[in-house]
Design a protein around this ligand. Structure first.
Ligand code: B3K
Ligand code: ZN
Length: 867
C-alpha cells in the first residue's frame, strides 16, 4: 500500500488510482451495542486479485481486540494511526477481527454514533473505517450480513437489505440479523437502533412486485411523516416512468434523526435522514420546506440506481453519482412542479455559491484532481455544476438519446464501480454524437465567460452574433482551453413573436454549439430590433457579457417563451439599475417603475413566478459584479430601491394583495398565492401601508407556517416596531419544537443592527444554541454570514472574529461541520484591503492551531496559499 493512505493531511491524487490487490466475497458483521463500549466483530472472505500479498485496512478511533486469519491468531501486521498493514497473506483466507468503539463520545457524527438516544451510522465518504478495519474504498464491493444486538429499549434494530432473523437474548437484550442481497461498498452500509414510531405503507412496482415502505420517526412525530412518505411514492413512480428504473429490494426504510451532518444519506434500502428533511405539517413547515423534503427524498431514492447499483470507482469520481442524481432530482421536481421555478432555484446556486467557489481558493473541476479530506469535496461544484454538465449533455443529445445513453450506462456497469469517463462513453456510444471535446468539462475548473457582439445587416436582413469564450485562470489551474458549450437562443421580433432560427438556409432547433474560442453565427430573415434571449434557460454554466438595452430586456420580460428567461432579464434590469444608483446616484428609471406596475396588474398566471419577478436581486447577485465589494453601499441601495418601489407603487401593491386569497391548502395554486402574498406583504411593510400592522398580525397568527413566517420576516426585515414582540411570541409558541426554533434562529442571525454579532456570541456562550447539533449551528450562523452582510463584514472585523472563535470550538467537536461553515471566509479576496487583512488574521489564527483537523487544514492552507 502507498504511504499516502497512512498519514493525515496528505494530498491524494486522482491519477494515483490503483485497483485493490484483494477483494472480499462476503462480510459478516456483528454489533453488540453499548453506549461507550460497542463490540464489533467482522468475518470476511478475502481473495487475492493483484500481485501484492500485503493488505492495507483503513481503521481509526477504535481499539483492536483480536485478529485471526483462517482461524489462527495473526500477528504479522503493522499498525499506524490510520490503519493496519497485514503481511505475507495467503491468496484466499478468512479474516476475523474484533474491535471496540465508543458511539456516545463520537461527536463527529461520522461512523457509529448516538443521536439523541438512537444509534445510527454515517459512512460516506470514509466513515466505515471508524467502525471496523476494512478496505474503506468504493471499489471494494461485497455482500453484507449484519447482526445487531442491543437492549430491548431499542425496539427497532435495522440494517441494509432484508431481515432474516430476530430473537431474544439474556439480560434484557435482543437481536436482528439483516442480509443485503446486493454487492455494495462500505460507504453504503448502515445500522440504526432506536425506539421509533413507524409509518407503514407500500408500493407496487410497474412489474407488479410489492415493496414495503417504512418511515421511522421519533416518538410523537407521526403527524409529520405523511409528506415524506407521499414524496417517496411519487419518486418511485417517476423513476419508472421517466428513467425506466424500478426499485430492487422488498423493503425501503427511511429513518429520521436529529443529529446529522447533511440532508440525508442513500444507504442501500435504509436511508438515514436529517429530521429537518423529513418532518412536516402545515403548522410547522413552510411551503419551501415541503419542496425541499420532496426533492431530497427523491434524490436519495434516485441514488438507488445512480450511486448504489452503479457506484464510483474512487472518490474523485463523486460527480458520477452526485451530479447525475442532482440532475435526476431536479428533473423530478420540474416534471411534477414548476420547471421555471426549479430552474430559477438551480441557477441561483450556480451564480452564487458555485461561481464563488470557482473564483476562490477551493476551485476544482467537477472531477477533482487532488484531495486531502474527501468530505471537503461534497461541493456545489461536484453536485450542482456536475448536474449542469449532465444537463448540457441532455441538451446536446436530446431526451431520447440521453435515455438510451442511461440504459447503456446501466447495462454496462450495473453492480460495479465506474468512472465519469464510462458515463460519457455510454452517452456517446448510444447517441453517436461526439463528446470528446465536451468531456473537458470534467477536467477543467472555473467559470467560462461568454462575450457576445452583434451586428445587424439591414440589406440582407441577417443578424450576426459573434461569440467568444474565455475561462479565467483559477487557483488550482492556470491554463484553460475552449469547451463545447451548448447555447440555447430565442429571437423575438419587435412585435413580441418568437422567430425561427435559420442558419445557412437550415432551421436550427433552439441550440447552437460553441466549440472554438470565437465563432460567428449568422441568422437569416431577421427583422431589425429583434431581441435576443441568449443562453435561454441557462443552457450552460457560464457568465455572459452582452450589451442589451433596457427596451430589449423589457421585451424579453414581456414576451420570452421561457419563464426562466423572463426572470433572468428582470434580474439583469434590476442589477443594472442598482449599480447605476450605487455608482452614479442614478434614480430608478420610470420605465422600470412602469414595468413593475405592468407586472403587478398583469394576469401572469403563475403567481409564484410573478413573486420571483417582483423580487429584487440578492446582495450576493449585486456584489458579484464588484471588486472590491461595496458592502454598505449595496445594502443601502437595495433598501432604498425597495422602499422607493413600495412607496411609489403602494396602491397597486395593496390592491393586488387584497385580491389574493387561499385557505392553507397544499396545491400548486395555493402555494403560489402564499408566495406572492409574502412578497407583497414585505413591500407593504416597507412602505408603511396604513393597514400593515393588522395584516402582519393576521398572517402571524395563521396556523399555516408559510404565512406566519412571511409576516414575521416582513416585520424583521423592515424593522417594524412590532418585530421584537413578534419574535418573542414566536419563540414562546414553539419552544417545544427545535426544527421550528431553527427558523427563529435564522431570523435572529439576519437581524440588522449593531448588536447582532454580540447577541449571537452570547447565544452560543450561554448554551442557548447547542453547538453539537449541526442544524442549530447552521441555522444561526449561515443566515448571519450569508444574509447579514453589514454585521458579518463589519469594518472592525468582529464578524470574522466571531465565526473563527466558533470554528475553533467546533473543529474539536465536528470537523466536517466546521469545514462547511468556513466558506464565507474563503472569498476574502473580493473584499477591500482592510477587510482582507482582518480575514487573513483570522485564517492565520486557525492555521496556527496545533491540531487542526484535515478538514479545516485543507481549506485554510489553500486560502492562505492563494492570499
Ligand atoms: N451522499 C450523501 C452525502 C454524503 C456526504 C458525506 N460528507 C448524500 C447525498 O448526496 O445524497
Ligand atoms: Zn446525493
Amino acid at each position: 500500500m502507498t504511504t499516502q493512505e497512512k498519514s493525515t493531511n496528505q494530498t491524494k491524487f486522482r491519477t494515483d488510482y490503483k485497483a485493490p490487490d484483494y477483494t472480499v466475497s462476503s462480510l459478516y458483521l456483528e454489533f453488540d451495542l453499548k453506549a461507550t463500549q460497542t463490540r464489533v466483530l467482522q468475518k470476511a472472505q478475502y481473495h487475492r486479485v493483484g500481485a501484492n500479498n500485503e493488505l492495507w485496512l483503513d481503521g481509526v478511533n477504535q481499539t483492536l481486540l483480536c485478529i485471526n486469519v483462517n482461524g489462527l491468531p495473526f500477528s504479522d501486521y503493522e499498525m499506524s494511526e490510520l490503519g493496519l498493514t497485514l503481511k505475507n497473506l495467503p491468496a484466499e483466507f478468512e479474516l476475523h477481527i474484533e474491535t471496540e468503539i465508543d458511539p456516545q463520545n463520537n461527536t463527529s457524527l461520522e461512523g457509529l454514533y448516538l443521536s439523541d438516544g438512537a444509534y445510527c451510522t454515517q459512512c460516506e465518504a470514509e466513515g466505515f473505517r471508524k467502525i471496523t478495519y476494512f478496505q474503506d474504498r468504493p471499489d471494494v464491493l461485497t455482500k453484507y450480513t449484519v447482526k445487531v444486538i442491543a437492549d430491548k429499549a431499542f425496539t427497532h434494530l435495522l440494517s441494509n437489505g432484508n431481515k432474516i432473523e430476530s430473537g431474544e437474548l439474556a439480560d434484557g437484550r435482543h437481536f436482528s440479523t439483516w442480509q443485503d442481497p446486493y454487492n455494495k461498498p462500505s460507504y453504503l452500509f448502515a445500522l440504526v437502533a432506536g425506539d421509533f414510531d413507524v409509518l407503514h405503507d407500500n408500493f407496487k412496482t410497474r412489474s407488479g412486485r410489492d415493496v414495503k415502505l417504512e418511515l421511522f420517526v421519533d416518538k410523537g412525530n407521526l403527524d409529520k411523516a405523511d409528506h415524506a412518505m407521499a414524496s417517496l411514492k411519487r419518486a418511485m413512480k417517476w423513476d419508472e416512468e421517466r428513467f425506466n428504473l424500478e426499485y430492487d429490494l422488498d423493503i425501503y426504510m427511511i429513518v429520521a434523526v436529529d443529529f446529522f451532518n447533511m440532508g440525508a444519506m442513500e444507504n442501500k434500502g435504509l436511508n438515514v435522514f436529517n429530521s429537518k428533511c423529513v418532518l412536516a405539517n402545515q403548522a410547522t413547515a413552510t411551503d419551501r420546506d415541503y419542496h425541499t423534503i420532496e426533492s431530497i427524498v427523491g434524490h436519495e431514492y434516485f441514488h438507488n440506481w445512480t450511486g448504489n447499483r452503479v457506484t464510483c470507482q474512487d472518490w474523485f469520481q463523486l460527480s458520477l453519482k452526485e451530479g447525475l442524481t442532482v440532475f435526476r432530482d431536479q428533473e423530478f421536481s420540474s416534471d411534477i412542479g414548476s420547471r421555471a421555478l426549479n430552474r430559477i432555484d438551480a441557477v441561483k446556486v450556480m451564480r452564487g455559491p458555485q461561481f464563488s467557489e470557482d473564483a476562490g481558493p477551493m476551485a476544482h473541476p467537477i472531477r477533482p484532481e487532488k484531495v486531502i479530506e474527501m468530505n471537503n469535496f461534497y461541493t456545489v461544484t461536484v453536485y450542482d455544476k456536475g448536474s449542469e454538465v449532465i444537463r448540457m449533455m441532455h441538451t446536446i443529445l436530446g431526451e431520447e438519446n440521453f435515455q438510451k445513453g442511461m440504459q447503456l450506462y446501466i447495462e454496462r456497469h450495473d453492480g460495479t464501480a465506474a468512472t465519469c469517463d464510462d458515463f460519457v462513453k455510454s452517452m456517446q456510444d448510444a447517441s453517436n454524437i461526439d463528446l470528446s471535446l465536451f468531456s473537458k468539462w470534467y477536467s477543467q475548473s472555473g467559470t467560462p465567460e461568454l462575450a457576445v457582439e452583434r451586428e445587424f445587416n439591414d440589406a440582407d436582413k441577417t443578424l450576426t452574433l459573434t461569440v467568444s469564450q474565455f475561462t479565467p485562470a483559477t487557483q488550482d489551474q492556470s491554463d484553460k482551453s475552449p469547451l463545447h458549450i451548448p447555447i440555447a437562443l430565442e429571437l423575438i421580433s419587435p412585435e413580441g413573436k418568437s422567430q425561427p432560427l435559420v442558419i445557412d438556409g437550415n432551421k436550427v432547433e433552439r441550440v447552437i454549439n460553441l466549440t472554438d474560442a470565437r465563432q460567428k453565427f449568422i441568422f437569416e430573415n431577421i427583422a431589425k430590433d429583434t431581441s435576443v434571449v441568449f443562453l435561454e434557460d441557462f443552457s450552460a454554466p457560464c457568465k455572459v457579457k452582452f450589451e442589451q438595452s433596457l427596451a430589449e430586456l423589457i421585451t424579453i420580460v414581456k414576451y420570452a417563451r421561457s419563464d426562466f428567461s423572463k426572470w433572468d432579464a428582470m434580474q439583469r434590469i434590476m442589477v443594472d439599475a442598482l449599480k447605476a444608483g450605487i455608482d452614479n446616484g442614478t434614480q430608478l428609471n420610470e420605465e422600470i417603475v412602469a414595468l413593475f406596475r405592468y407586472l403587478l396588474t398583469s394576469n401572469v398566471k403563475d403567481l409564484a413566478l410573478l413573486s420571483e419577478l417582483l423580487t429584487l436581486p440578492s446582495f450576493d447577485t449585486v456584489a458579484s459584479d464588484y471588486h472590491p465589494i461595496p458592502v454598505d453601499a449595496i445594502t443601502e441601495q437595495l433598501h432604498a430601491v425597495k422602499s422607493f418601489l413600495a412607496t411609489t407603487l403602494l396602491s397597486d401593491i395593496a390592491a393586488r394583495y387584497q385580491t389574493l386569497s387561499e385557505n392553507g391548502d397544499l396545491d400548486a395554486t395555493s402555494i403560489a398565492t402564499r408566495a406572492l402574498k409574502g412578497r407583497l406583504l414585505d413591500y407593504l411593510a416597507a412602505a408603511d401601508w396604513q393597514d400593515v400592522e393588522s395584516e402582519l398580525e393576521t398572517q402571524f397568527i395563521s396556523d399555516n407556517m408559510t404565512n406566519s413566517l412571511n409576516a414575521l420576516s416582513a416585520s424583521c426585515e423592515n424593522k417594524r416596531t412590532s418585530h421584537e414582540s413578534l419574535l418573542e411570541r414566536f419563540k414562546d409558541k414553539w419552544r417545544h419544537d427545535v426544527l421550528v426554533l431553527d427558523k427563529w434562529l435564522a431570523l435572529k442571525g439576519r437581524l440588522k443592527g449593531d448588536n447582532t454579532t454580540n447577541a449571537i456570541r452570547a447565544m452560543f456562550e450561554s448554551g442557548e444554541v447547542d453547538i453539537t447539533n449541526p442544524n442549530r449551528v447552521r441555522a444561526l450562523l449561515m443566515s448571519y454570514c450569508m444574509f447579514n452582510p453589514q454585521s458579518f463584514h463589519a469594518r472592525n472585523g468582529e464578524g470574522y472574529r466571531l465565526l473563527t472563535d466558533l470554528l475553533i470550538k467546533l473543529d474539536k467537536i465536528n470537523p466536517q461541520n466546521a469545514a462547511r461553515l468556513i466558506t464565507p471566509l474563503l472569498s476574502f479576496k473580493r473584499h477591500t484591503d482592510e477587510r482582507q487583512l482582518h480575514v487573513k488574521a483570522q485564517l492565520q489564527r486557525l492555521a496556527d492551531l496545533p491540531d487542526l483537523s484535515p478538514d479545516l487544514f485543507e481549506k485554510v492552507s489553500n486560502a492562505l496559499n492563494g492570499a
